[in-house]
Design a protein around this ligand. Structure first.
Ligand code: BES
Ligand code: MN
Ligand code: MN
Length: 461
C-alpha cells in the first residue's frame, strides 16, 4: 500500500482545492440565516461521496438537516467500517478578530505548521477532518485497495446537539450496522507526538434566568433596598465552586469514576509542557481543581463553566439602572458514569434552592450527552495504533480528551459498536475560535493513515 504516498503526491493540489471549495460554504447550523448554505453543503458532501466511489449515496430526511449516507459494500462477509463526521460548523463570530474572512479559506504558514495551514471556519472542526475520509476512500476505490465494506454517515447538526441524528440512529439500526465506527473530530498531542483519543466528556448545558423587580429600576432610588438580579446571579454562580475549585452541587460527584493510582501514573507519562501550555494561551498560571494535574482537570474530571453572562446596561457610557433580569449559560463537562440527565436535575434543584426569596429563577436545560471511553484492548484500537505507527513512525499515545461528541455514546447504545477517535487536529488549531485552521501536513497525514486502519482492521478480523 505504498501507493498511498504516491497517490497523495499526485493529487495533493486537487485534495486541497476541493477542501477549500467545501470550506467556502458557510454551513452554520446554529443560525437559521444560513439554512440554504447548510443544505448546499449537504449536497456537496453527497456529490463528493459519489465521486469517491460509494455505490449508494442518499440524503436522508430528518426533522432537521439531512444526514448524508453513503456506502460501498464489497462483500457481506467482510467487516464494515462506519465513518461519522459533521458538515456543519460553529458560527464565525466574533468576525472582527479573524485575520482573513472565515469563509474565504487561505493557506498561510505558522510556527506550528511550517508547511502551511488552511484558515477557515470548519477547517479542522470538522470539514477538513471529515473530508480526509472521503479522500482516503477515493484512494482505496481508485487503486483497488479497499479491503472491507464502508459506510459514511455525515450529519449537519453536531454543533447544535445532534438532535436529528439521535432521531435517525434508532430508526436505522439495520442500515447502520457495522463492526467499528471511526471518527476524525478530535485532536492529537503534537505532529511529532501522535495520540489517539480514548475518551470524551459528557455534557449538560443549561441556561439560567434570574428575575428581581418586574421592571428596570433607578439604581439610586431603589439601590440597596431591592435585590439586584445581576449581583445575585454572580453570587449564586460563585458559590457553585468551593475554595478548592470543587463543584458544590450536592450529589454532583456521586458517580464520578475515580482513576486508580496506576491509571493516573500512566496518564502522567504523556508528554506535557506546562510552560508551553501557559505560553500558548498567554496565561500567568493554570487554575483548577485542587490535587489534580492540568491534564487530569481537562479530561478525567468534571467541570462547571459559565459560557456567557448578560443583563443590565452594556452600551456605551453609563446608565444607572438595576436590571429586572440577569442571565447566564452554563456548561458542565461530565465524565463516564455521570448521567447527564441526572446531573441536569441536580443542577436545577440546587440552583433553585440557593436563590434568595428576593428573586425568582428559571433554569432551562439545553442539550447534553453522555461521556465515552474507548477500550484499548481490542482489535479496532490496535489497528488504529498500528496505522499511526506506520505513518508517523511512532506508537500513538492513548489520551482522553475534554471535549464532547455526545452522539458517540448513543452509537454504542443502539449500534453496539465501539468508536475509534482518530483525530489529526491540534489544540492550537483554534476550533470554535477566530482564525480556526488545519495543517496541510495534518490533512495529508490523515488521508495517508486512514487506509492503513482499514487494512489492519480487516487483517485482524
Ligand atoms: N469536534 C468537537 C469535539 C472535540 C474537539 C472533542 C476536540 C475532542 C477534541 C465537536 O464538534 C464539538 O465542538 N462538540 C461540542 C459539543 C456539542 C454538543 C456542541 C463541544 O465539545 O463543546
Ligand atoms: Mn466537531
Ligand atoms: Mn465543534
Amino acid at each position: 500500500m505504498n501507493s498511498i504516498n504516491t497517490y497523495i503526491k499526485e493529487h495533493k493540489q486537487r485534495f486541497l482545492d476541493e477542501l477549500l471549495e467545501l470550506l467556502k460554504i458557510p454551513s452554520v447550523s446554529a443560525d437559521k440565516a444560513f439554512e440554504k448554505e447548510v443544505l448546499l453543503t449537504a449536497d456537496f458532501v453527497m456529490e463528493s461521496l459519489k465521486k469517491a466511489g460509494c455505490d449508494k449515496v442518499e440524503s436522508c430526511e430528518t426533522p432537521g438537516y439531512p444526514i448524508i449516507y453513503g456506502e460501498k459494500i464489497i462483500d457481506k462477509n467482510l467487516p464494515t467500517v462506519l465513518v461519522y463526521g459533521h458538515y456543519d460548523v460553529q458560527p464565525a463570530d466574533p468576525i472582527e478578530l479573524w485575520h482573513s474572512p472565515p469563509f474565504e479559506p487561505v493557506i498561510k504558514t505558522t510556527d506550528i505548521h511550517p508547511e502551511g495551514a488552511i484558515f477557515a471556519r470548519g477547517a479542522c472542526d470538522d470539514k477538513g477532518q471529515m473530508y480526509m475520509h472521503v479522500k482516503a476512500l477515493e484512494y482505496m476505490t481508485n487503486t483497488g485497495n479497499l479491503p472491507c465494506n464502508v459506510k459514511f454517515m455525515i450529519e449537519g447538526e453536531e454543533e447544535v446537539g445532534s438532535e436529528s441524528l439521535s432521531w435517525f440512529v434508532p430508526r436505522n439500526v439495520e442500515k447502520l450496522q457495522n463492526d467499528v465506527i471511526i471518527i476524525s473530530d478530535t485532536g492529537m498531542i503534537a505532529n511529532d507526538i501522535p495520540s489517539i483519543t480514548t475518551g470524551l466528556r459528557g455534557l449538560s448545558y443549561v441556561e439560567v434566568e434570574v428575575t428581581g423587580p418586574n421592571r428596570d429600576l433607578h439604581s439610586g432610588l431603589y439601590g440597596g433596598a431591592v435585590a439586584n438580579p445581576i449581583n445575585i446571579l454572580t453570587k449564586m454562580i460563585a458559590s457553585l465552586h468551593d475554595e478548592n475549585n470543587h463543584i458544590t452541587i450536592p450529589g454532583f460527584y456521586d458517580n464520578v469514576e475515580e482513576l486508580s493510582k496506576e491509571e493516573r501514573a500512566e496518564m502522567a507519562k504523556a508528554p506535557f509542557n506546562l510552560e508551553a501550555y501557559k505560553d500558548a494561551i498567554k496565561i500567568g498560571d493554570v487554575y483548577g481543581e485542587e490535587s489534580y494535574s492540568t491534564n487530569e482537570r481537562n479530561s478525567i474530571r468534571p467541570t462547571l463553566d459559565v459560557n456567557g453572562i448578560w443583563g443590565g446596561y452594556t452600551g456605551e457610557g453609563a446608565k444607572t439602572v438595576i436590571a429586572s433580569k440577569a442571565y447566564a449559560k452554563i456548561s458542565m463537562r461530565l465524565v463516564p458514569n455521570q448521567d447527564w440527565k441526572e446531573i441536569t436535575d441536580l443542577f436545577v434543584k440546587h440552583f433553585e434552592s440557593i436563590a434568595p426569596k428576593a428573586v425568582s429563577v428559571k433554569v432551562t436545560p439545553h442539550h447534553g450527552g453522555q461521556g465515552y471511553v474507548t477500550p484499548i484492548d481490542n482489535i479496532a484500537y490496535q489497528a488504529a495504533s498500528k496505522a499511526y505507527e506506520t505513518t508517523f513512525g511512532k506508537t500513538p499515545i492513548p489520551q482522553r480528551s475534554g471535549g464532547s461528541i455526545p452522539i458517540v455514546a448513543l452509537f454504542e447504545e443502539y449500534l453496539k459498536s465501539k468508536t475509534i477517535l482518530m483525530g489529526f487536529g491540534l489544540n492550537s488549531d483554534a476550533i470554535h475560535s477566530p482564525n480556526e485552521h488545519f495543517g496541510v501536513w495534518n490533512y495529508l497525514k490523515g488521508i495517508e493513515t486512514i487506509p492503513y486502519f482499514y487494512k489492519y482492521f480487516t487483517d485482524l478480523n
